[in-house]
Design a protein. Sequence first.
Length: 402
Amino acid sequence: MQTSPAAEPILKEEPRTPRTGQRTKVFYLLDSLQVGGTETQAVELALRMPASDYEITLGCLRAQGPLLEKLQGSAVQVREFYPRGGLDSLTGLYEVVKLTAFLRRERFDVVHTHDLWSNLMGVPAARLAGVPAIISSRRDLAHFDWYQGSKRKWLRRIQNLSNVVLANATPIRDALIAEDGFAPAKLRVVHNGVDTSRFQRGKRDRERLLPNAGNGKFVVLVGNMHTDVKGHPWLIAAAPAVLREFPATRFVFAGDGEARVAFEKQVAELGLQRNFAFLGRRDDVPDVLASCDIAVLPSRAEGLPNAVLEYMAAGLPTVASRVGGNAELIEDGVTGLLVPREDAAALSRAMLRLLRDPDLSLRISTNGRRLAMENYSFERLVREVSGLYSELLAARRGSSKQ
């Protein structure tokens, strides 16, 4: 989807006073319902917010993707606002107007946008509709065109129209202050959540996962393959050094995308097809993790990755690149191992440390699991987000009385 701002928005609509004595009406906006970290977090949050207190509608620029099935039969309503041709096209502008009218008619108390495109469309519409509490999000700073050059200035102006800009990792918050000039008071950090009990219930069945794989260790990477941002090429490049010492090791990739063909070609050029398994998109990730021994996420860029939280909850010793929220989750040598990004040699050394030292692997896996259970549950996520909504609405009610 291509967009470019034509003029600075002039939004003078005064937010109305929040309703009282009823369930809080919340509108979430996402780009799509494809499987991804942001999408998964938003859908899980929508489903887990207590129905006794919240009425949730989830809007999408494209209401399609595997996560749509998860919402079917739930109390969460799904609406599509698809700006064909981009947000700056006539059709796109019509969708913004339509969204504005919908938000005003339905009298939502909170609008919470979750990603880049929903920020650009949803924040101005919510402001024009007079929604009392508007929350935009920044979950990644690295690899979208809108985060570079002059477009970044327009994004900052649009997000400044929201009451709060929500980051999912402290390094993102710090970058928004240092690089984008956001006021610290505008920013909040709410970390991702993980279904800790689900990942502890995974069933270890190596033979079902990879028949006739032998007794070697399984090293897993869970991540989409739309680009190389999750670091697949560097794990592939690191494999030969590991295999020289542990030749029975198998590398397991769970996820799919357009770049898979290139990754398979890289493996073939190294002659390592027997040591790599491309599983595609999986609905049984807890079982996949339970069948593996080491987990890796050598990303080039990250917010706060669901994969690392899932690795930890599953009790896997984890190796990750020192980018974004990875360094917030992992204390090097305690809850995981950190390596420089795009450094295959460092990555192979870290994996070899774990393969050579079972005691170290056990300590790291135990510490990581404890961290995930105590600090990153979905219950904690719901509690913090609910608290933020209540705080913003109470502040709005207070200002209306003055």
